[in-house]
Ligand binder design. Structure first.
Ligand SMILES: O=C(O)CCC(=O)C(=O)O
Ligand SMILES: [Fe+2]
Length: 214
């Protein structure tokens, strides 16, 4: 569905826009954060790894309590090495580094690293409503989701549905965001519960988090 947020880049840089959105509402949608050519390079890389069997069923929780809970989430993920992202992912990881520094410079968040994975949701797969920030930890502060889907149609499902959290928000919540290629969704992890609705086709993304030291 259409959302009420502006997604164009205007005259300021994409980084400035995201920082301003995070400051104002805690939530940002940036279309064309990554060019179509880059999206297709990244999607090809993900699909190559998927065919090689490198993806694993996603787990929920962390540390000793990490477990397979397909009734909560049933996507497949491949964790990425942000030190050695490889040629297809390098431009995006460099942009993430710029974004991390801009957020720190303007919002004093002290973000020190990015951890992320490719995620592939086969048709019908979903992820129930959740917060990205684990209870009792300080680590995951900002969520960044880049969609890698070519020509996604609204009637194919697979929206990211974002809800109001404990803090009141002036965003039009709940809101559904279509996973269209090149679109980057960035938000303050502890503010917004969210879910992934089932789709009719494979749904591919690169999801990750800027963390602070725990
Ligand atoms: O892919 C999305 O739109 C959201 C994924 C998500 O919520 C997560 O991996 O924590
Ligand atoms: Fe999430």
């Amino acid at each position: 569905m259409a959302h009420a947020l502006s997604t164009d880049n205007g005259s300021s840089s994409k980084f400035d826009r995201i920082v301003a959105d995070l400051h104002e509402t805690g939530f940002s949608i940036c279309d064309g954060f990554v060019s179509p050519l880059q999206v297709s390079n990244m999607a090809l890389e993900a699909k190559k790894q998927y065919k090689k069997g490198a993806f694993r069923h996603a787990r929920v929780g962390r540390g000793a309590s990490m477990q397979l809970r397909p009734e909560i989430r049933n996507d497949r993920v491949l964790w990425l090495d942000s030190e050695k992202p490889g040629a297809a992912l390098l431009p995006y990881f460099l942009d993430l580094e710029t974004l991390r520094k801009e957020i720190n410079r303007n919002l004093y968040m002290g973000l020190f690293e990015f951890e992320g994975h490719f995620a592939l949701y086969p048709p019908g797969a979903s992820y129930d409503i959740h917060f990205d920030r684990f209870i009792g930890t300080m680590e995951r502060v900002v969520t960044c989701i880049l969609y890698l889907n070519d020509n996604w149609q609204p009637d194919e499902g697979g929206a990211l549905k974002v809800y109001e959290g404990t803090e009141p928000s002036n965003l039009p919540l709940p809101m559904e965001v279509i996973p269209q290629g090149g679109r980057l969704v960035t938000f303050i992890s502890e503010l917004f519960p969210h879910e992934v609705l089932p789709a009719r086709r494979d749904r591919l993304s690169l999801t990750g988090w800027f963390r602070i030291r725990s």
